[in-house]
Ligand binder design. Structure first.
Ligand code: ASP
Length: 586
């Protein structure tokens, strides 16, 4: 028997028991005649004592040979500790060791296995198996397990069936590049790894499964942005005979249930706002609604007053910074510099101080009188003591830039509290987005998303005006999920492909299987996918998804531990018919 107990469960109630423990050596405090060793396993830490007078001589001698991270097994007596550690359950006892076996020696680890480690990111990634021994990382993975169990139970109880879909498939577009896998058995042919199980889950609805879910890996070959992973996990769901409101209410309930179970927090009902409103009020389709500072549109009252910068612009918007009237000029200038950085890219900012006495002082006093500025303050909901920042530009840029400013100010003012959560649904996205480079429409969600019924006629006349039956779930400014009601009619699906620039043949080659299936009684259906990595990170009070993935890739998409991706042998290439591919000349 390797162990009778684990390292987290012994307490005063076990005094005088003979126990066997096994684990890793966390720490050794050696006074020569007596040594204490912290023994660690997944469950906790128990202190061992080796004492010249009380421990058998041979065992005491052997104990001098153990080092950090060695794997040992001990037998001994549970005794009361002299100086108790009240922070851990086993802190009142220690084990007076009578037998010791060293099961395996460890090299000195490249960083300390402590909560506050001295190891940098890259080093910890390279030795991820050691990083996993650290409490923080361990707790994150246990949290992930709990979340996924709660999700499974919730969905299973709601009659969803967990069905696996294949990984070696044909492209399923979600707006990214596919990872491609060459087929050895089919000369010159390739599989794609799924960007999502989208088409398969729709086929499951045609197959009559009515409610499906899967916690599933998805693969997207995107240029990596910070905290994006090329492979990530989705809670993927699909339902038949539903409308948008059915999907939203069920998944809102799931998120609320998760927060209740994991954090004991009761979330408020999620407001539902349209994409257009979200852009107008927050300049973002994933707004953080934990704080105000919503946008006020100033076009009507700020144009035509002789201030050229405004007159020539499409959109003039402002936000009120609570208590900002007492920012010094230097502080205001810092914010102006902040928005001018290339990452934000604004040309500048106009400001208005709303003084306590009801007067205004602004950077544009030459053009706007007190009356004008009072109007601005009304539109931006500013109060005496606030500061108004105004951004002007073409609609998209002005909105994105002011949104970035809004978030950063809130961050610095401590308004984005990590223990406060607010969810919302963003609905009514445009169906299509025009891409100037390729001169064609792209599906804003994906090509299987249904247009709003009342907009069907516009598909031929003014496609850019068509809104989709699509929705995103946003939590604290993070998009944690999205989905849509789907097209379930062959003709409409064909029309959609043609709008997206597919020829009939291309559509048939790529998605013939789906359109065929739609001819055999496809039920109306819709669904959603939630990003598990981000959801767990948010529940863990962090925004870094890497910390919640057992073996993540770095920002270049590399696994530095196993050193992947890597070259393969010429033989391999030959087998896969890739050897003779002409080299691109540079
Ligand atoms: N397949 C979609 C995605 O991965 C989600 C959905 O529409 O259900 O974003």
């Amino acid at each position: 028997m390797h162990r009778s107990h684990n390292c987290g469960e012994l307490s005063e109630s076990n005094l005088n028991q003979e126990v066997t423990l096994a684990g890793w050596v966390q720490k050794i405090r050696n006074k020569g005649f007596i040594a204490w060793v912290d023994l660690r396993d997944r469950y906790g830490i128990t202190q061992l004592v080796f004492d010249e007078t009380r421990t058998p001589k041979a065992v005491f001698k052997k104990s001098t040979g153990i080092g950090r991270e060695d794997v040992i097994q001990v037998k001994g007596l549970v005794i009361e500790r002299e100086s108790k550690n009240l922070n851990i359950p086993s802190g009142g006892i220690e084990i007076l060791v009578s037998e010791l076996s060293i099961l395996n020696h460890s090299e000195t680890p490249p960083f300390t296995i402590e909560n506050e480690t001295d190891g940098g990111d890259e080093l910890r990634m390279k030795y991820r198996y050691l990083d996993l021994r650290r409490n923080k990382v361990k707790e994150n993975l246990i949290l992930r397990h709990r979340v996924s169990m709660i999700v499974r139970n919730f969905l299973s109880q709601a009659d969803f069936i967990d069905i696996e879909t294949p990984y070696l498939i044909k492209s399923t577009p979600e707006g990214a590049r596919d990872f491609i896998v060459p087929s050895r058995m089919n000369n010159g042919q390739f599989y794609a790894l799924p960007q999502s199980p989208q088409t398969f889950k729709q086929l499951l609805m045609v197959g009559g499964f009515d409610k499906y879910f899967q916690i599933v890996k998805c693969f997207r070959d995107e240029d990596l942005r910070a905290d994006r992973q090329p492979e990530f996990t989705q809670i993927d769901c699909e339902m038949s005979f539903v409308e948008q409101k059915d999907v939203l209410s069920l998944f809102e309930e799931l998120i609320q249930h998760l927060f209740q179970e994991i954090k004991g927090i009761k979330l408020n009902e999620f407001p539902r706002i349209s994409y257009a409103k979200a852009m107008e009020k927050y300049g973002s389709d994933k707004p953080d609604i934990r704080f105000g500072m919503t946008f006020g549109k100033l076009n009507e009252i700020a144009k035509g007053k002789g201030f050229n910068v405004f007159d020539s612009q499409e959109l003039i918007i402002g936000i009120a910074v609570p208590g900002g009237a007492n920012y010094t000029r230097k502080e205001i200038d810092n914010w102006i510099d902040w928005v001018k950085r290339p990452q934000v890219g604004a040309k500048g900012l106009i400001w208005v101080r709303c003084n306590e006495d009801g007067s205004y002082k602004s950077s544009v006093d030459n053009f706007f009188n007190q009356q004008d500025l009072a109007e601005w303050s009304k539109k931006t909901n500013a109060h005496a003591g606030d500061l108004i920042f105004v951004m002007a530009g073409d609609s998209q840029n002005a909105q994105t830039q002011l949104s970035a400013l809004r978030i950063e100010i809130a961050e610095q003012m401590g308004l984005r509290k990590s223990n406060e959560y607010a969810g919302l649904w963003v609905t009514d996205f445009p169906l299509l987005a025009w891409d100037e480079d390729s001169k064609r429409y792209h599906a804003m969600h994906h090509p299987f998303t249904a247009p709003k019924n009342e907009h069907l006629d516009w598909l031929t006349s003014t496609p850019e005006k068509v809104l989709a039956n699509a929705y995103d779930l946003v939590l604290n400014g993070n998009e944690i999920g999205g989905g849509s009601i789907r097209i379930h009619d062959t003709q409409l699906q064909e029309q959609m492909f043609s709008l997206l620039g597919f020829t009939k043949k291309q559509a048939k080659d790529q998605f013939g299987f789906l359109m065929n299936a739609f001819q055999y009684g496809a039920p109306p259906h819709g669904g959603i996918a939630l990003g598990l990595d981000r959801l767990v990170a948010l529940l863990g009070g962090s925004e870094t998804i890497k910390d919640f993935i057992a073996f993540p890739k770095n920002n270049n998409g590399r696994d530095v531990m196993i050193d992947a991706p890597s070259k393969v042998s010429d033989d391999n290439l030959e087998e896969l018919y890739l050897k003779s591919l002409p080299k691109k000349s540079s």
